[in-house]
Write a protein that binds this ligand. Structure first.
Ligand code: COA
Length: 257
């Protein structure tokens, strides 16, 4: 896995330079997180597609300021994809990243995207007031809450640890702004306008974006398929990487991407 930077945006990639003959999976992390979330996909899918995971501005190793709205993060993605000249980009986002993916597919410039992948997300992402309060109060309490609500009880502590340590490094103001952006997000009435194939990945034990949200996406996005993964929570790419990667490969193969 390589680490690179483009115009102040840090990213990891399976290979560089990107292969112009392949699609590019562009992985987008969720609120207060970083590209670390996608390490197993960036590495594990690099033989099948170009794989790139960015740190959104103000997150991880990226400079710049965090944004306050999903639409503004979507604009960041368009700039990033243009700057790295990603061939045939396919946005793949988790939670807030899934909201950014929906926003990208709904954008008038969506013609540039041939498909999308929405993981542990929903068309509306109201946030528990207690979660917002906890971020403002103390980050360790927030990390405890993420540990409790974000993972399946069956996921071993050693699997969660690097991610939880990474969450503690987040700037509380950035994390709070991200969750506020989620809270304001609502495209429930607009999903029918998505015109490309979409893979919806959900997890059985997800308490933050329950499977009900994925059912709604599956029912309302015209060309959607769903992979529902057992014994995993919100952070399914970390908890069940092989299952997530296999679902993505099936989707790419089925749609000749
Ligand atoms: N897809 C499908 N249905 C959805 C939905 C989505 N994305 N978002 C909300 N709904 C449903 C709810 O299930 C609810 O249905 P019900 O009336 O049959 O129970 C209804 O729409 C209204 O829900 P909501 O607007 O979210 O308000 P609420 O007052 O019921 O709940 C919360 C507010 C915060 C308690 C709730 O949204 C929640 O538990 N969220 C998950 C926890 C969280 O903070 N996640 C972080 C996401 S980034």
């Amino acid at each position: 896995m390589e680490r690179r930077t483009s115009r102040n945006v840090a990213f990891t990639c399976g290979r560089w330079p990107l292969d112009p003959g392949r699609s590019t999976l562009v992985f987008i992390h969720g609120a207060g997180e970083s590209s670390l979330l996608w390490n197993a996909q960036v590495e594990g899918l690099k033989e099948r597609a170009n794989t790139v995971a960015l740190d959104l501005p103000g997150h991880g190793r990226s400079g710049g300021r965090a944004r306050q709205a999903v639409q503004d993060y979507a604009a960041v993605l368009v700039d990033f994809i243009t700057a790295i000249e990603a061939p045939r980009p396919i946005p793949c986002g988790l939670s807030m990243g899934g909201a950014i993916t929906q926003q990208l597919l709904l954008d008038p410039a969506a013609a540039r995207f041939q498909a999308g992948i929405i993981v542990s997300s929903g068309a509306r992402l109201r946030v528990l007031p207690a979660l917002l309060d906890q971020i403002a109060a103390d980050m360790r309490g927030y990390a405890d809450m993420i540990d409790r609500l974000g993972f399946s009880e069956k996921t071993p502590a050693a699997v969660k640890q690097p991610f939880l340590e990474d969450s503690l490094k987040a700037d509380p103001r950035v994390a709070h702004g991200d969750f506020k952006a989620c809270d304001d997000f609502d495209v429930m009435q607009r999903l029918g306008a998505i015109r490309v194939p979409v893979l919806v990945i959900s997890a059985e034990d997800d308490a933050l974006t329950p499977p009900k949200y994925a059912e709604f996406l599956e029912q309302h996005i015209p060309d959607s398929t769903r992979a529902h993964i057992r014994d995993a929570g919100h952070f399914v790419p970390i908890e069940k990487p092989s299952e997530v990667n296999a679902a993505i490969v099936r989707f790419l193969d089925a749609n000749r991407l």
